[in-house]
Design a protein. Structure first.
Ligand SMILES: [Zn+2]
Length: 280
């Protein structure tokens, strides 16, 4: 009986330690917000859900908010936006990017052309349906002060519709979850994820835009090279399927990437690509 109790206690301690370890990792990635001032008009808010940018016109009257985070971080972000004329772009419908939309009741929301059902499912009803929806390949140009902002639906990749924001003068690209830095990507078939299409979208972005600053959906600020890194991640994992030695090497290569078992991990990406290939 004593031995059984001891094993039980050890098991509970181990579970708490593992739980604490992952809680720490989740907190770092999804709760903590880091502010990076790119210039007087443009601020990047990393973490607290998906990464966000806020671009303010020189006269302070107009603001563009790209992705609105979730929960407490969404409220903090909202407090920083003082302009009266606000446009929100949601790079995609996932709730960690749309969770703060309801805090901007008079803002105009732009996103991809999801069906109402897809929008509600993916955003977990955190946001009303967008006011402006862009179809695949469609682009909208907005002027925010002296900046010319291109908002374009790149089509299916991480979800059914993935929208990017490109600030022409700054050569700054906001990719949403088309790019994850130092972490395994979230791949959900029910969200419309397609790795084959995603690789094509990364190629298009590399060809279409000259990028000095790249803001990923999750992870730190990067540059043009992040597109090739993301592409290489998918292509190399796909190429290694059925080749255990190659797979072992890659697993090592990506061992420091942020992962959550069964949600985002090396195994998860491999399984997803395997399944996608079988269904093609
Ligand atoms: Zn996402």
């Amino acid at each position: 009986m004593k031995k059984f109790l001891l094993i039980l206690i050890l098991l509970i301690v181990a579970c708490l330690a593992v739980g604490g370890f992952y809680y720490g990792k989740i907190k770092q990635q999804f709760v903590k917000v880091e502010t990076v001032q790119i210039d007087p008009q443009l601020t990047v808010y990393l973490g607290g859900g998906g990464n966000s940018i806020v671009l303010i016109s020189e006269d302070g009257s107009k603001a563009l908010v790209v992705d609105t985070k979730m929960k407490k971080a969404a409220e903090k972000l909202r407090e920083t936006v003082k302009a009266s004329d606000i446009t929100i772009v949601n790079t995609h419908a996932h709730f960690d990017h749309t969770g703060g939309n309801s805090l901007y009741p008079s803002a105009k929301i732009i996103s991809g052309a999801y069906t109402a059902e897809q929008w509600n499912n993916e955003s977990k009803k955190t946001s009303r349906y967008p006011d402006v929806v862009l179809k695949t390949g469609e682009e909208k140009v907005i002027n925010v002060g002296s900046e010319i902002v291109h908002v374009r639906n790149m089509g299916r990749a991480h979800t059914w519709n993935d929208v990017i924001v490109y600030c022409e003068k700054r050569k700054l690209l906001v990719t949403g979850d088309l790019v994850f830095i130092d972490m395994h990507p979230a791949l959900y078939a029910k969200s419309g994820a397609s790795v084959a299409s995603w690789i094509g979208v990364l190629d298009s972005l590399s060809k279409q835009y000259e990028i000095k600053i790249l803001i990923p959906g999750h992870g730190k600020i990067s540059d043009q090279s992040a597109l090739a890194t993301m592409r290489d991640y998918f292509v190399s994992i796909g190429d290694a399927i059925g080749k255990p030695d190659k797979q072992a090497d890659l697993k090592k290569k990506y061992q420091d990437y942020f992962s959550l078992p069964c949600i985002f991990s090396f195994r998860n990406t491999t399984k997803f690509i395997e399944k996608e290939r079988k269904s093609q």
